[in-house]
Design a protein around this ligand. Structure first.
Ligand SMILES: Cc1cc2nc3c(=O)[nH]c(=O)nc-3n(C[C@H](O)[C@H](O)[C@H](O)COP(=O)(O)OP(=O)(O)OC[C@H]3O[C@@H](n4cnc5c(N)ncnc54)[C@H](O)[C@@H]3O)c2cc1C
Length: 374
């Protein structure tokens, strides 16, 4: 039977877009099916940080670097703006400085230690009070999460003739046929489900056995800060983030740091708070974040979490105006061990879900790996 498309992607977030791009690059006729009128999931709710420094040395770091190349390729092609801003990890405590020293000594990631004076020269956001030093890395990138998915979808449509079916909820798959809630049908060669945190509409019985857990993150955006601003303002990560990103697990002193926070500030562990800041050319700063898993996820946001984040942020960064312009939360699916949960349901259908807190960083590289195996 003649097919409408060689490849159908269900879900128009960054994971689905990455799959669409990698399939289209191989010459396939591709369509993306997205239930909303424009992507509204984790892909538009994140920091917009492309964050290779958070990936442990080895295969995951290589995938992150490969993804980074793809983001730069998109920028070169005029698809969207990508800032080569890099990142600075701050140490306001001795044990944070010790972990950064150990990380740099391992020489697994191109990062160097810098003095408080150098940090303040590179970023006007940093609070110099009590600052012991920090670590600078050039590999991190910034994209605008509010517009990135839309820009990529327009580019894929223009350059690769990828077809986008928005406001199309896929409710069933029968063999090679996909069906939408408004009773449309398409015949396709292959189906890749990139449904983000929606683990219930399609193949819920497979997701139930997958070990994927949902995680909710609260986020804030400040009003625009005073201008003029330099270009490429580095992302800022506080010492608290060292206990979150697995790249630092290789540092011998990380357990002592984790233990200190657990003892001194159990409320930070309770809500998975580790603070970061990213300033855009508009002057606004995205601030976050917290992590509540599984059963703790409520539809309502906790003011207590916002207050704790601001308390911690004020210790590490300075804003002219701390007025919060927007608050929101995002939810992602995460696998405890894998960078993405892949399952081949049958010869036609696969699941490709669960990039956790690193989907912007990893999706292109992971999708490339997926297609190399085919
Ligand atoms: C607050 C927050 C901050 C983050 N910060 C970063 C960061 O700075 N850097 C980083 O690398 N990662 C970050 N992440 C992680 C990253 O955003 C996610 O890993 C990534 O966006 C997941 O992409 P996705 O395409 O799987 O999911 P989504 O973006 O949620 O997209 C899934 C899409 O599938 C659609 N869909 C689902 N089911 C169907 C169906 N049956 N039919 C049609 N459409 C369907 C949904 O409508 C949705 O648009 C962050 C995440 C959050 C929540």
């Amino acid at each position: 039977m003649e097919t409408d498309y060689d490849v159908a992607i269900i879900g128009g977030g960054i994971v689905g877009l990455a799959q669409a791009w990698m399939a289209a690059r191989r010459g396939y006729k591709v369509a993306v099916f997205e239930k909303t009128s424009i992507a509204q999931g984790a892909t538009v709710r994140n920091f917009g940080m492309i964050w290779p420094i958070g990936q442990p040395a080895g295969e995951l770091y290589e995938v992150a670097k490969r993804s980074r190349e793809f983001w730069l390729e998109l920028a070169d092609a005029g698809a969207l703006d990508v800032e080569t801003c890099g990142s600075i990890h701050l140490a306001h405590k001795e044990d944070e400085m010790q972990v950064l020293q150990e990380f740099v000594d391992q020489q697994t990631h191109p990062a160097t230690l810098i003095s408080p004076a150098e940090i303040c020269q590179r970023s006007g956001l940093v609070n110099p009070e009590g600052l012991l030093g920090g670590m600078v890395s050039d590999t991190e990138l910034r994209v605008d999460p509010r517009t990135a998915a839309e820009r990529i979808h327009r580019w894929l449509a223009r350059e690769f003739s990828v077809q986008f079916h928005f406001e199309t909820l896929i409710t069933a798959i029968n063999g090679n046929e996909i069906l939408s809630s408004d009773r449309q049908r398409w015949n396709v060669g292959r189906i890749i489900i990139c449904s983000g945190s929606d683990l219930h509409t399609l193949y819920p019985e497979h997701f139930a056995k997958s070990s994927l857990v949902l995680c909710k993150l609260q986020m804030l955006r400040s009003v625009a800060q005073a201008k003029p601003l330099p270009e490429n303002i580095p992302h800022i990560a506080s010492g608290l983030t060292l206990r979150h990103y697995t790249s630092f697990n290789a540092c011998p002193s990380i357990d002592l740091l984790k233990q200190r926070i657990k003892t001194e500030s159990p409320e930070l562990d309770q809500f998975g708070i580790h603070v970061m800041a990213s300033q855009f050319q508009s002057g606004e700063v995205i601030l976050g974040d917290s992590h509540e898993y599984g059963k703790d996820i409520s539809p309502f946001d906790k003011i207590e979490i916002d207050e704790l984040m601001i308390r911690e942020l004020k210790q590490v960064i300075r804003l002219n105006d701390w007025t919060v312009k927007e608050k929101w939360h995002g939810i992602y699916a995460k696998h405890p061990d894998l960078p993405v949960y892949e399952e081949q349901i049958n010869p036609t259908v696969s699941l490709f879900v669960g990039t956790g807190g690193a989907g912007m960083t990893m999706s292109f590289g992971l999708a490339e790996k997926y297609w190399k195996k085919r």
